[in-house]
Design a protein around this ligand. Structure first.
Ligand code: OGA
Ligand code: MN
Length: 210
């Protein structure tokens, strides 16, 4: 087994919890060690080379469809046991989940995430990460995997915050952007080069319909 990179006492967890409580979002420039981020980028590229990434859909259930005029990324969901780097990532995010439950009482039960590859020119129009028929997604978390990203490459995550304030996050390797899924509208701006990320959601227990 590989050594864990992140301990529950990591001060970054406390900073994320604090930021979410006060502003509804947070940004951590060096969330994970560079070697793990590089291994995750390599895993994303490997899956792309093997044709495992598929055009992302919008909507849910029967209403799901691919619409490149809304989002143009290619994705693949991550499951435990597929690759050591992915397992390390899932372990780190589970520790973050526990820290958020202790500090924010959100009752987060699990974390689902996928690799996302935006080809040059692709974007994701302004949206909220919640479906009308499923409000289990509470906290969105995006880890970026792009080394040497320059602002002129575009591809920023733009968050629309209270008071008409816009905040842009550069998709730079190792940076984590995290925000309340039902509160912060956001978009992905088109980029001049391929843009890789790991996008995920912490979810609470679903409501029993009966
Ligand atoms: C998403 C999303 C943001 C990003 O996949 O829902 O908003 O910066 N991604 O990749
Ligand atoms: Mn989103």
């Amino acid at each position: 087994m590989r050594a864990m990179h992140i301990s529950p006492e990591n001060p970054m967890f406390a900073a994320v919890v604090d930021d979410l409580a006060t502003h509804g979002w947070s940004q951590q420039a060096l969330f994970l060690p560079a070697d793990l981020v590089r291994a995750l980028a390599a895993e994303c590229r490997r899956r792309d080379a093997e044709g495992q990434l598929n055009p992302a859909a919008v909507g849910r259930g029967d209403a799901q469809e691919v619409r490149e005029s809304i989002r143009g990324d290619q994705i693949q969901w991550i499951d435990p046991g597929q690759a050591p780097a992915c397992d390390d990532y899932l372990a780190a995010m589970d520790q973050l989940r526990q820290a958020m439950n202790q500090g924010l009482f959100l009752g987060l039960e699990d974390f689902e995430c996928h690799f996302a590859l935006y080809p040059p020119g692709a974007f994701y129009r302004r949206h909220l990460d919640r479906f009308r028929d499923d409000d289990r997604r509470m906290v969105s978390a995006v880890l970026y995997l792009n080394e040497d990203w320059q602002p002129e490459n575009g591809g920023q995550l733009r968050m629309f915050l209270a008071g008409g304030v816009e905040h842009d996050v550069q998709p730079l390797a190792g940076c984590l952007a995290i925000f309340l899924s039902g509160v912060v509208p956001h978009e992905v701006l088109p980029a001049t080069r391929e843009r890789l990320s790991l996008t995920g959601w912490f979810r609470r227990r679903g409501n029993d319909p009966f």
